[in-house]
Design a protein around this ligand. Structure first.
Ligand code: COA
Length: 320
């Protein structure tokens, strides 16, 4: 028994913030942001719009694409580091919105790898026969933990949501997932402030702190190893891959991973220019964009990867 992706969906908040808008807010330039990151614009949640507000339309679109009624969902794994509340978790809040009751619903707090961690867990429940219709979500309102006075992070992060529906299948869908973490690098990328540590008195009371150039080097190195690991574990040569669907942090990191796989950039789904880094939402958002614009087709072999704060990272090899 395998699990298979039978529907994808995504949602972006209406408000768009361009690099030119950022030029007016801080000492930066469109040229610098585009050259160093590939980002041109990003979407930002409206005041009062929460992570679950973004996740709900993404989930409904994925369910509609799968031809599944929301009440059939019996398992929700929700990747996010920007939850609406301390509890109930975003999975439970989403379950209530969808009118799906009784099945397990939880959130996974592994920063930008949140969706891949959630997908890996859901895959195992489906394969074990314990979930018949699993909803896997990645959604974030990173604008809420962005220090808008810190140009080294404010230009990177953004808001959005993506979702997939997983069902049991006799044909291989998710071929493998590999997850990793290494907390020794915590100080290179973390969020200041927390429930048990307390919040600084000065604003912003929660904010992403990052040593960008160190993170860059480690991301390139570990994502390279992660894609090698996924291929080796499945006995697959890189020439057999149809698409790379990477975490959308920085176009230069994406290009480095594509080079490692000998994949031309026209076989890489890139949304970073339009969406910025939406953390856990980034991979399912890119996946949905590729499916809906017809580039990603049933039967194709996709490699998904992500790298996130703390650090966490991983991959999924998927037959669509
Ligand atoms: N606009 C203009 N200049 C900026 C800037 C901005 N938004 N942010 C930083 N700078 C400046 C720095 O102050 C520095 O100036 P200096 O040389 O006078 O000291 C200069 O640009 C170079 O900074 P550096 O951090 O070395 O640049 P970089 O080439 O490494 O690019 C990042 C910075 C953040 C784009 C890049 O390191 C990166 O993408 N890292 C990975 C981050 C990431 O993906 N995090 C999430 C992982 S999930």
């Amino acid at each position: 028994m395998y699990s298979r992706i039978v529907g994808t969906g995504s949602y972006l908040p209406e408000k768009v913030l361009t690099n030119f808008d950022l030029e007016k807010m801080m000492d930066t330039s469109d040229e610098w942001i585009r050259e160093r990151t590939g980002i041109e614009r990003r979407h930002i949640a409206a005041e009062g719009q929460t992570t679950v507000d973004l996740a709900e339309p993404a989930a409904r679109r994925a369910l509609e694409a799968a031809g599944v009624h929301p009440s059939e969902v019996d398992f929700i794994a929700f990747g996010t580091t920007t939850p609406d509340l301390v509890f109930p978790n975003c999975g439970v809040l989403l379950q209530q919105r969808l009118g799906a009751r009784g099945g397990p619903a939880f959130s996974v707090e592994t920063a930008c790898s949140g969706f891949l961690y959630a997908l890996s867990i859901a895959d195992k429940f489906v394969r074990a026969g314990e979930a018949k219709c699993a909803l896997v979500v990645g959604a974030e309102t990173l604008s809420r933990i962005t220090d808008w006075k810190d140009r080294s992070t404010a230009v990177l992060f953004a808001d959005g949501a993506g979702a997939v529906v997983l069902k049991p299948s006799e044909q291989p869908g998710i071929l493998s997932t590999h997850l990793h973490a290494d907390g020794t690098y915590k100080d290179l990328l973390y969020c200041r402030g927390g429930v048990s540590t307390g919040f600084p008195v000065e604003e912003p009371r929660m904010a992403i702190a990052m040593v960008g150039n160190e993170v860059f080097k480690l991301a390139v190195s570990w994502l390279g190893k992660a894609v090698d690991e996924a291929l080796a574990a499945n006995g697959i040569d890189k020439s057999e891959l149809d698409w790379l669907v990477p975490h959308q942090a920085n176009i230069r990191i994406i290009q480095a991973t594509a080079r490692r796989l000998d994949l031309p950039m026209d076989r890489v789904i890139c949304t970073v220019a339009e969406h910025g880094n939406t953390s856990a939402a980034s991979v399912p958002l890119a996946l949905d964009v590729g499916v809906r614009d017809g580039r990603l087709k049933p039967g194709q072999l996709l490699l998904l990867e992500a790298f996130g704060g703390g650090f966490t990272w991983g991959s999924a090899l998927v037959r669509l």
